[in-house]
Write a protein that binds this ligand. Structure first.
Ligand SMILES: NC(=O)c1ccc[n+]([C@@H]2O[C@H](COP(=O)([O-])OP(=O)(O)OC[C@H]3O[C@@H](n4cnc5c(N)ncnc54)[C@H](O)[C@@H]3O)[C@@H](O)[C@H]2O)c1
Length: 275
């Protein structure tokens, strides 16, 4: 989808971080926007950042709720008459070992990160197929191809998103709908601030220090991430890495998958001993 001017983009997770910057940049390129999030106040903040003269509709939608996502898709068609692109971006994480993760936290992450993307894809696909050319952009992560310790639910859900994307790419070959699987590295957003930290592991995983560690480690701004994702969309890329750390990790995974996993495991053990 080279030319974005006048295209209608449905975007989830638009109240913060990467989603908010995607909304601002897409509006700047002349897209009509249908933005959605659970955070109503954050959506209002995003609306205030958008230029005048662009048609924008804003919806409070919980992407984990299938009915709400399908209702939203219908409302978007009623309001904008068409949809050319869906960006399934909303996401959450939980920080805990698999042994100590509560099932409710596993389900919370899976329902938003995987099922939210599945519902968004299936709800919009019939409308996307009616357009001359259309895009599905589903945000996975580097955790979608390389798992990190104490991130089990997120690792599993993001791997599932990658598998969903790869399946869609195969199944939608030779149609008008392109699929882009997006894999960001560390991006400076609220993802860790908004994450759940398991109670029983509080002495090992202290939230303020993890947030601080993440803020230092994440080198790519949300604005830069959004511009890389839009470039990938415009080129109909099947796979888009975001950030130098994602590119390096991808290379290391290909060169020495088990060695890399062992090294990350050792670093994890050392950080536990130092905790
Ligand atoms: N920040 C990173 O380092 C990083 C790395 C890889 C992938 N990602 C992915 O990028 C995407 C955007 O995350 P971000 O980093 O901008 O984080 P963020 O926390 O700043 O934004 C996530 C947005 O999703 C919304 N959201 C959460 N649950 C929702 C629900 N049930 N329904 C609707 N909206 C919901 C939040 O309200 C928030 O506005 C996520 O899928 C995340 O997993 C982020």
């Amino acid at each position: 989808m080279k030319n974005l001017n006048g295209r209608v983009v449905a975007l989830t997770g638009a109240a913060s971080g990467i989603g908010q910057r995607l909304a601002v940049q897409l509006a700047g390129l002349g897209c009509q926007l249908a933005i959605a999030d659970v955070d109503e106040h954050g959506l209002q903040q995003t609306m205030a950042l958008l230029p005048d003269g662009i048609k924008v509709s804003s919806y409070t939608v919980d992407v984990a709720n299938r009915e709400q996502v399908y209702d939203w898709a219908e409302q978007v068609i009623t309001e904008h008459r068409q949809v050319d692109c869906v960006i399934n971006n909303a996401g959450v994480a939980s920080m805990c070992s698999i042994e100590n993760t509560r099932y409710e936290d596993f389900e919370w992450v899976f329902n938003i990160v995987f099922y939210g993307v599945l519902y968004g894809t299936k709800a919009f696909l019939p409308y996307l197929k009616q357009r001359p050319d259309a895009n599905i952009v589903n945000i996975s992560s580097v955790n979608g191809f390389f798992p990190f310790p104490r991130n089990g639910p997120y690792n599993c859900a993001k791997h599932a998103v990658k598998a969903l994307n790869q399946t869609l790419i195969q199944e939608l070959r030779n149609t008008n709908v392109s699929v882009t699987s997006v894999h960001p590295g560390g991006i400076k957003t609220n993802i860790v601030r908004n994450a759940r930290f398991s109670e029983e592991n509080a002495e090992l995983i202290d939230k303020p220090s993890r947030v601080q560690q993440f803020d230092q480690m994440a080198k790519t701004s949300a604005d830069k991430a959004a511009s890389i994702i839009i470039r990938g969309m415009r080129k109909n890329r099947k796979r888009q890495l975001v950030g130098a750390d994602a590119v390096i990790l991808d290379i290391l995974c290909r060169l020495m998958p088990q060695r890399l996993s062992d090294l990350v495991g050792v670093a994890h053990d050392r950080s536990r001993q130092g905790a």
